[in-house]
Design a protein around this ligand. Structure first.
Ligand SMILES: C[S@@+](CC[C@H](N)C(=O)[O-])C[C@H]1O[C@@H](n2cnc3c(N)ncnc32)[C@H](O)[C@@H]1O
Ligand code: SF4
Length: 430
């Protein structure tokens, strides 16, 4: 099977380089304008137990000391970046990881106060937290509500016991249900579930049951990710029994089945892998051709810049990507020495920016203007996709056929100037 990037950024992360460092970042942050609206991303790189499928940047910790110390460093980084940034208005915040649910309630409230004292967080800001249902508690949920959190994304993955054993992640439907009830009780009503297809021992039958149980809990959104098996990058994935992994055809069948089941259950399909209730802001944004794509997936986030904080986090500026060091020690030393912990990144040329706009629109399945002179060879290479109905090119606009979402990555790749045919080294395209 062809292997193609997921395009959460363009140029993609393998093209980031060390030439972009703290100094470059300082200048770029300073160029942000006073009226620019920000989105903030906080990376919490800790979990209590390792899921063997995990592709995220995280490590297992016991006790609270390392987490408290990290939140202290993160607070210092916030002070540093807010001082350098020309912009301060915040409309979106996202806590990801890892598992932000490892943070103790008091530490979470304290941290949010630090954010609010360094940035101008709008009253109607969208504030989301990724939740591991196994490490959250009523006290933590109360702390989220008190701090203005209004969105929760729960890692559900799969409810089948055999699958759960094979991925080292045990969590019952009952546990997830209790978390959903607690969230709704405190007024956190915007709830997303992450599910994964392509895990060991999954079959059409198990996927049907998992989705059925998930739908009964009535989340507003469901993200259905294809399992990315990359043991050369994530050693612990060697613990996954590869002989039990569904092959490419079954993966495709599972996704198609889930897609039909979810759309029949009243969800609207968004981009490659999101499903939302028809009144959800993403569904409305899709109707208005306004959805966006960033490192967290599909979003309505129309911020001018996304500032990342914490180990390995990535910032998206109007003309650059900046990535913090993924090396914990390096991150700590940089902050302690009062330096931005940026380790690599890329400054975008005008051509990169044009291609980024086109590629992101394709990945979002929305129409996009493509100049026929400037991109003549790319448009020519789209002929097979035009013939098979994946995409239309009319009046200078590329119009994606939403039903052919399997093909979006391949269409986007035609506009990727960094991609050399035959040099793909990414996870499977479906
Ligand atoms: C940071 S985790 C979510 C919060 C929390 N850590 C949890 O797992 O409950 C982000 C999501 O990435 C997805 N994910 C992690 N590793 C993956 C992989 N190898 N392939 C596909 N999806 C993956 C999972 O669905 C997971 O819920
Ligand atoms: S999937 Fe979530 S809980 Fe599991 S190890 Fe990865 S980040 Fe931690």
């Amino acid at each position: 099977m062809e292997q193609i990037p997921r395009y959460t950024s363009y140029p993609t992360a393998p093209h980031f380089h060390k030439g972009v460092d703290g100094k470059t970042s300082q200048n770029l942050l300073g160029k942000l304008g006073k009226q620019d609206v920000l989105s903030l991303y906080f990376h919490i790189p800790f979990c209590r137990q390792l899921c063997w499928f995990c592709g995220c940047h995280t490590k297992i910790v016991n006790g609270n000391k390392p987490i408290e110390q990290y939140m202290e460093l993160l607070s210092q980084e916030i002070a540093m970046q807010s001082k350098l940034s020309g912009a301060s208005i915040v409309k979106y915040m996202h806590f990801g990881g890892g598992s932000p649910t490892v943070i103790e309630p008091n530490d979470f409230v304290k941290f949010m106060n630090v954010v609010r004292s360094n940035f101008d967080v709008l009253d109607d800001a969208e504030i989301a937290v990724e939740i591991d249902p196994r490490t959250v508690s009523k006290e933590k949920i109360l702390a989220y509500a008190k701090s203005g959190v209004n969105r929760a994304s729960l890692g559900v993955q799969d409810f089948n016991e055999q699958v759960q054993r094979a991925i080292n992640r045990h969590q019952s439907i009952e546990l997830v249900k209790n978390v959903v009830v607690s969230l709704r009780d405190t007024g956190i009503n915007e709830i997303n579930f992450d599910l994964i297809y392509g895990l060991p021992f999954q079959s059409l039958e198990t996927i049907k049951k998992t989705i059925d149980s998930a739908v009964k809990l009535d989340p507003n959104r469901i993200s259905l990710f294809g399992y990315a098996h990359v043991p050369w990058m994530k050693k612990h994935q060697d613990l996954i029994p590869t002989e039990a992994l569904p092959g490419p055809e079954l993966r495709m069948e599972m996704f198609d089945f889930a897609h039909d089941y979810l759309t029949k259950s009243g969800y609207v399909s968004i981009g490659l892998d999101h499903f939302v209730k028809p009144d959800d802001s993403l569904a409305i944004a899709q109707k208005n051709q306004e959805i966006q794509r960033n490192f967290q997936g599909y979003t309505i986030d129309k911020a001018d810049a996304l500032l990342g904080f914490g180990v390995s986090s990535i910032s998206t500026l109007p003309t650059a990507y900046l990535q913090n060091s993924s090396d914990y020690r390096h991150y700590v030393t940089s902050i302690e020495e009062g330096n931005l912990p940026v380790a690599r990144g890329i400054e975008l040329s005008d051509d990169d920016i044009k291609r980024r706009d086109i590629i992101m629109s394709i990945m979002c399945g929305i129409r996009t203007k493509v100049c026929s002179n400037e991109f003549a060879s790319e448009l020519k290479s789209l002929s097979p996709f035009i013939e098979n109905g994946t995409v239309e090119y009319r009046d200078s606009f590329l119009i994606m056929n939403k039903r052919e979402h399997h093909q979006f990555r391949k269409v986007a790749a035609k506009f990727d100037a960094y991609l050399t045919e035959g040099q793909f080294s990414f996870s499977q395209a479906v």
